[in-house]
Design a protein around this ligand. Structure first.
Ligand code: HEC
Length: 303
């Protein structure tokens, strides 16, 4: 290997070194970029999802504290159940309205529950794992991550859904305690038997992550592309410099030295710069003069 390298000419050696540096730079910067941009993309989607989940929490609270007390008396008398009294219903309705905006049409909100009143809210296998995690670790307040769906990669933020207030038990403890109209609408099989403070489900916001991640990837490729572009320009400039400032002069000097060695003293080692090449040219000139003098002496002696 070392021998092969020694046999290469200056330009090839330099280009080999530049190529090695370049590969290391591209690899390291590619890796760093992918970590940094990956984190950035995650932060962008996470920030958005957190704002939404906080908002949905606020909607739930509003319904619990302000709408439910207003409408609760009507639940006792009216035959028709008023879903507007249910925090989960209002959160869902608000979110569905939000999804009508094209920008948010791929966002989802689900109150994934193990034993839901409305079977639509039943936790799937993935969501059940999340809910079980919340149930087993009472100090766990949030879970985030990516999930791969046929529609693309999504980022989710999940928060535990606990039976936080006595008032919830009215409709979620036993069918007997629940308003008649609720039983008429939802039946008496699901969404009962919940305990106070029990974690019964998880509120989950899903945001489409593919777009943000693809944008981050494109940015990464662009930066690496620019890096490659600058590198190629640098290689070109360095090669031109090497060719015209070093190699050409060295070749001229080698040629002239060959002439001098055969006794032809006509040429002059020229160089107009004061760099190492210039110094070498001046030294070779001095050597040529000395050689000339030595030969002149020899010639005059032999006469
Ligand atoms: C007036 C009765 C009522 C009250 C009070 C009530 N809920 Fe519900 N809850 C329901 C009904 C009915 C549904 C199904 C609504 C739907 O169709 O989306 C529901 C849905 C839910 C869901 C979604 C999963 C499911 O069961 O479909 C959760 C979680 C939930 N409620 C938790 C609570 C909590 C926590 C409270 C107290 C803060 C509460 N509920 C108060 C009646 C009630």
């Amino acid at each position: 290997m070392n021998k092969v390298f020694k046999n290469l000419n200056l330009g090839a050696k330099l280009n080999l070194i530049l190529l090695a540096i370049f590969l290391v730079v591209v690899l390291v910067s590619g890796l760093l970029l992918s970590i940094i941009l990956g984190n950035y993309a995650k932060k962008v989607v996470a920030d958005e999802a957190i704002v939404l989940i906080e908002t949905m929490g606020a909607v739930r609270e509003y319904t619990s504290n302000q709408v439910n007390p207003e409408l609760a008396p009507r639940l006792e008398t009216e035959e028709q159940f008023l879903p507007q009294t249910v925090p989960g219903y209002s959160a869902r309705e608000v979110f569905e309205n939000l999804r009508k905006t094209p920008q948010y049409s791929n966002f989802f909100y689900k109150e994934a529950t193990l034993n839901p009143t409305n079977l639509r809210d039943k936790a799937d296998a993935f969501e059940t794992t999340i809910v079980e995690n919340f149930r087993n670790q009472s100090n766990l307040k949030e879970l985030t991550g990516f999930r791969y769906l046929p529609s693309g990669r999504i980022f989710y933020v999940a928060r535990p859904l606990a039976v936080s207030e006595e008032s919830c038990l009215r409709c979620h403890s036993t069918p007997e305690a629940a308003p008649k109209s609720q039983i008429l609408t939802y039946g008496s099989d699901n969404g009962f038997g919940w305990q106070l403070n029990e974690v019964v489900g998880a509120r989950i916001i899903s945001t489409p992550a593919s777009e943000v991640i693809n944008a981050a990837r494109r940015l990464q490729l662009l930066v690496i592309g620019i890096l490659i572009g600058f590198f190629l320009i640098a290689v070109l400039i360095i090669n031109l410099f090497l060719k015209f400032s070093v190699v050409r002069h060295l070749k001229e000097m080698a040629q002239l030295s060959r002439q001098v060695s055969t006794g032809n003293m006509e040429g002059e080692f020229k160089h107009d710069s004061n760099d190492e090449i210039g110094v070498l040219a001046a030294s070779l000139n001095r050597m040529k003069v000395s050689l000339q003098m030595a030969m002149d002496m020899l010639n005059s002696e032999s006469k």
